[in-house]
Design a binder for this molecule. Structure first.
Ligand code: SAH
Length: 290
């Protein structure tokens, strides 16, 4: 076994100490408003859609990996207090056009305020991206849900999923509700540490975090059924395309000033199809580590 193997995967469930969140250094930044306008325009005519229903029956083997009510070290009162705003947020995202009930119930389940500094927790259930330090942001709930919905498609099983750009760990937690195994890579060490601290009380057994350059993927774990990028490059790194299983899907924001979501499907050993979807706004994908 290589040295890398012995350090990775890092099972979050094995880290059970008290959560001591170090204050994160914050620089004033303009937060990207990922696809808000677009979501609004997508939502036209959706006002009559039924409110969020919890997914009927298990979503597959990964369902119920996040069970904040019963298995975590979170104060129950904290979870109960956010139940209504969490539900309202999921219902809003449904009105904006996200239809997948399992994605919506995952969004409703994950306590987003835990991924933010306490000073910002009042805004945790608004549909906005917010600063998490190091010039990075937690993604807007709508775009998190939309991208995961695009990964799932109709009946596309999410067994092994790779996320590039863990940030504070929020999207990774949502993914862990709808996929069997989730691997997430972050290139900024203090954010990787922050994500670990944020996720620890949730005790998510099917999520592994890795510090490194996500542009290289995780060849030791590949192939993946789905890959999601939370940062925008000009093109999808070749290594990630190569690490997709046949039939796998990849969703990524592409572009510099003007960005669009791109969905790529691997249709053969050396064949991929790609479609350009809605406009969005993400922080940049950068090479190397920091
Ligand atoms: N997934 C996060 C969003 C984080 S913002 C959420 O739940 O809200 C995007 C993240 O991508 C940043 O933390 C940034 O540091 C990271 N990133 C950018 N380029 C990267 C790369 N090459 N490898 C890994 N992470 C990268």
């Amino acid at each position: 076994m290589s040295e890398k193997r012995s350090n990775f995967p890092l099972p979050l469930s094995s880290v059970t100490g008290p959560v001591t969140r170090k204050p994160v250094e914050r620089a004033p930044i303009a937060t990207p408003q990922t696809a808000t306008q677009n979501a609004r325009s997508n939502s036209q005519g959706a006002a009559t859609r039924a409110p969020v229903q919890p997914a009927p029956g298990p979503a597959g083997p990964a369902k119920s990996q996040v069970q904040p009510q019963t298995q975590t070290a979170l104060p129950r009162s904290d979870l109960m207090a956010t139940e209504a705003p969490r539900r309202a947020m999921a219902q809003r995202v449904a009105r904006q056009g996200v239809k997948d009930p399992q994605v919506l119930s995952a969004l409703e389940m994950v306590p987003r305020h835990l991924f933010l500094e306490p000073a910002m927790s009042a805004q945790a259930y608004a549909d906005i991206s917010l600063p998490i330090g190091h010039n990075q942001t937690i993604s807007q709930p709508y775009i998190v849900a939309r991208m995961i919905e695009l990964l799932r498609g109709r009946g596309h099983p999410l067994r092994r999923v790779l996320e590039i750009g863990t940030g504070c760990g929020y999207q990774a937690a949502v993914l862990s509700c709808v996929a069997q195994e989730v691997y997430s890579i972050e290139r900024i060490k203090p954010l990787h540490e922050l994500a670990k601290a944020n996720l620890r009380p949730l005790r998510i057994a099917n999520l592994r975090l890795q510090y490194g350059d996500g542009m290289l993927g995780l060849p030791q774990v590949a192939p993946f059924d789905a890959i999601i990028l939370a940062a925008a490059g000009l093109e999808v790194p070749r290594a990630l395309l190569e690490q997709m299983a046949i039939g796998a899907r990849l969703v990524a924001p592409l572009g510099a000033h003007v960005q669009h979501l791109q969905r790529i499907i691997r249709t053969g050993t050396s064949e991929w199809t790609s479609e350009t979807l809605e406009a969005c706004h993400f922080v940049p994908l950068r090479p190397g580590t920091a």
